[in-house]
Design a protein around this ligand. Structure first.
Ligand code: MRU
Length: 349
C-alpha cells in the first residue's frame, strides 16, 4: 500500500489528516503557516520525525509569502517562523532540530541573494525528508539482530509510516523483519486518550498484511504474564544524553511491566530525536493537552461528571535503566548509555 504522509505540492504542504483515520484516508492542504501550526497542534500530522519534516516545509511555506530585500530582513523572518512553528508542540525535539537545520542553511549562505537562499532552504527541507526515509531503513536493518522468527512484539502509539516520511521507526523494524520472513506477530496497545495505536498502528499494519492484534492499554500486563509477548519496540520523541527517552504517555508503565516480566524493551529513534543538550530525561518538556481529549474525545457525551478535574500529559519518560537497547540509524546502542551516546555524538560531529 502506498501513501505519502507529507509532500510539498505546488507551494503547499499536503498531509494525511491522521485524525480521520482509520475511517477515511483524506489529505489536507496547508497553504499558510497558521494552517500548518494548527495541523501539527491538532495531530493531523504527528510522530516526531513527521512533524520535523512538516516544520521544515512550514519554514519554506512561511518564507514564500515574504519579499525580503536583505539577509537581515530574511533572518528576522526565519527567527520569527522558528519560534512560531516550534510552539505548536513542545516535546518532540525533531521539530526544533529541523527548524535549526533550515536556519543554519540560511546563515551559511548569507552572502547569496535572498531568492537563492530560499531555494537552498527548499532543498534542505527535501534533504531532511530524504534522510528520514534513509534513517528509517537503517534503523529497520540495525534492529534485525534483536528479532527472531515468530517473535511476538508489543508496540505502543504509532511509530510507523504515519509518524515519519519513511517506513517508520519501531514499525519499520517489524516491516523489515517480515520482509525477511520472520513471521512476527504484533500486539498494538490502544494508546489512550488519542488512540494512535488503535486508529493508526492497526490500520497501517493491517493494510500491510502484518498479523496485528489490538488490546486495551490496561491489558498489557496480563499478556506479559501469560507469556504472549517476548519483545517490546516503541519510538521516541526526545532522548536525553543519558538515554532516558520521552515517548507517548503510558510508555513508562509498559517499560516497568516489561522489566518485572523480564521482557526486553527497545526504543527505536533516529539521530534527530537525540537532544544531547539535556543530560537527563527529567529536563524534557512534557506537553499537556486539552482535557476534552479525555472527557469526550471518542464519545457522544461526556465520560466524566461535570466539574471533575482532568490531567492530560501527552508523554512520559522511560528511564534508561528500563531500556534494553536504543536502535538508532547509526547503530544499535546498548548500555552504558552515557558513554555510548557520547560516542555517537563524536561520530556525528
Ligand atoms: O502525540 P504523538 O502521536 O505525536 O506521539 C507520537 C509518539 O509518541 C511516537 O511514539 C513517537 O513520535 C515516535 S514516532 C516514530
Amino acid at each position: 500500500m502506498k501513501f505519502k504522509t507529507i509532500t510539498w505540492e505546488k507551494g503547499k504542504i499536503v498531509l494525511i489528516d491522521q485524525t480521520k483515520l482509520p475511517g477515511c484516508l483524506v489529505y489536507v492542504r496547508c497553504a499558510t503557516v497558521k494552517q500548518l501550526w494548527q495541523a501539527i497542534h491538532d495531530l493531523k500530522v504527528r510522530g516526531a520525525p513527521a512533524i520535523g519534516a512538516a516544520a521544515a516545509l512550514g519554514m519554506v511555506l512561511g518564507l514564500s509569502k515574504k519579499n525580503e530585500k536583505s539577509f537581515p530582513e530574511l533572518k528576522k523572518n526565519i527567527d520569527m517562523l522558528f519560534k512560531y512553528i516550534a510552539s505548536s508542540r513542545p516535546t518532540a525535539v525533531n521539530l526544533a532540530w529541523a527548524l535549526g537545520r533550515m536556519r543554519n542553511t540560511a546563515v551559511a549562505n548569507r552572502n547569496k541573494p535572498v531568492m537563492a537562499i530560499k531555494k537552498l532552504m527548499l532543498k534542505e527541507a527535501g534533504d531532511i525528508i530524504d534522510e528520514d526515509k534513509a534513517s528509517c531503513l537503517a534503523m529497520a536493518d540495525n534492529a534485525q539482530v534483536l528479532i527472531r522468527k515468530n517473535d511476538r512484539i508489543m508496540t505502543y502509539c504509532n511509530a510507523g509510516m504515519l509518524a515519519t516520511v519513511g517506513c517508520g521507526t519501531a514499525l519499520g523494524v517489524i516491516y523489515r523483519a517480515n520482509e525477511l520472513g520472520k513471521n512476527v506477530k504484533v500486539y498494538s496497545c490502544e494508546t489512550r486518550p488519542l488512540l494512535q495505536g488503535a486508529r493508526l498502528t492497526c490500520w497501517e499494519l493491517y493494510k500491510h498484511k502484518i498479523d496485528v492484534t489490538l488490546i486495551c492499554d490496561n491489558m498489557a500486563g496480563y499478556l506479559m504474564q501469560q507469556k504472549r509477548i517476548n519483545k517490546i519496540f516503541v519510538g521516541a520523541d526526545r532522548i536525553a544524553a543519558n538515554g532516558d527517552a520521552a515517548n507517548k504517555i503510558g510508555s513508562y508503565s509498559l517499560a516497568v511491566l516489561a522489566a518485572f516480566h523480564k521482557i526486553p524493551f527497545y526504543v527505536v529513534a533516529p539521530y534527530s530525536t537525540f537532544d544531547l543538550s539535556l543530560s537527563l530525561g527529567s529536563e524534557i518538556p512534557i506537553e499537556e493537552r486539552d482535557a476534552c481529549e479525555i472527557r469526550e474525545g471518542w464519545y457522544k457525551r461526556s465520560m466524566v461528571a461535570k466539574g471533575v478535574k482532568i490531567y492530560n500529559p501527552a508523554f512520559d519518560v522511560i528511564p534508561n535503566s528500563l531500556i534494553s537497547g536504543i536502535v538508532a540509524d547509526t547503530c544499535l546502542i546498548k548500555p552504558p548509555y552515557i558513554k555510548n551516546i557520547k560516542k555517537l555524538r563524536k561520530n556525528q560531529n
